[in-house]
Ligand binder design. Structure first.
Ligand code: SF4
Length: 214
């Protein structure tokens, strides 16, 4: 039995804490989705498509959401029936179609995003420094999962070819984004940036080293 004198490793207890948060976040996702008459997977697909060019591969969506291709396909068909996404066939190749979000889909997504989840409210209740520290810990964990091939590359600054860590060392906003040519601080670090372009593996490793050295 676990006691304060004989605790399980801290990594296990962090994992337990994250599992509790994941439960709350699943319930938050249902509340957001239900507000717009959708299922959580359907809402997640709208969110995915809203920040990207039209895509052609269901597998890409399935991998990103961590669901099977049949599940992603069912959700895509349901969204198409509701008019929230549309398929466009190429004039050159009738067999190739891309999927994109419609104006109605964007409106549904905006409505869902007005519902604040309990997990977001709990994060907002943390002091500013604790929020920043938590964000950095999450970035580090997500990067670890990416490098272990447990998840696809996420659209984070840490993996972006435009990211210049500590270019302005010592400044309040030490990092630089070449895409917008602007300095930014630790608390502005992005987890899912629309402008992200993945750097090659060698650049990603060198950038991460520079970021860790500080
Ligand atoms: S483009 Fe986005 S992800 Fe890339 S460095 Fe700039 S803010 Fe970060």
């Amino acid at each position: 039995m676990e006691t304060p004198n004989d605790p399980t490793p801290i990594s296990n207890r962090i994992s337990e804490g994250l599992a509790r948060l994941a439960m709350v976040m699943r319930s938050d996702e249902w509340a957001k989705a239900e507000a717009t008459g959708l299922k959580p997977t359907q809402l997640a697909i709208l969110d995915y498509l809203a920040g990207r060019e039209a895509i052609s591969r269901v597998k890409e969506i399935a991998n990103y959401l961590g669901v099977s291709q049949p599940t992603a396909t069912d959700s895509i068909l349901a969204l198409e029936r509701k008019g929230f996404i549309a398929k466009t066939t190429s004039a050159d190749d009738k067999r190739s179609a891309t999927i994109g979000i419609t104006a109605e889909g964007r409106a549904a997504l905006s409505a869902a995003n007005t519902v604040e989840g309990s997990a977001t409210a709990a994060a907002r209740a943390l002091p500013a420094q604790a929020q920043e520290d938590l964000l950095m810990s999450l970035v580090t964990m997500i990067r670890h999962l990416q490098e272990a091939d447990a998840i696809p590359i996420q659209r984070m600054c840490a993996t972006c070819r435009y990211f210049r860590p500590y270019l302005h060392n010592g400044a309040v906003k030490p990092h630089h984004c070449d895409f917008v040519n602007a300095a930014f601080g630790q608390s502005e670090f992005r987890i899912d940036c629309r402008e992200h372009e993945a750097a090659d593996p060698a650049t990603r490793a060198a950038t991460w080293d520079a970021f860790q050295r500080g």
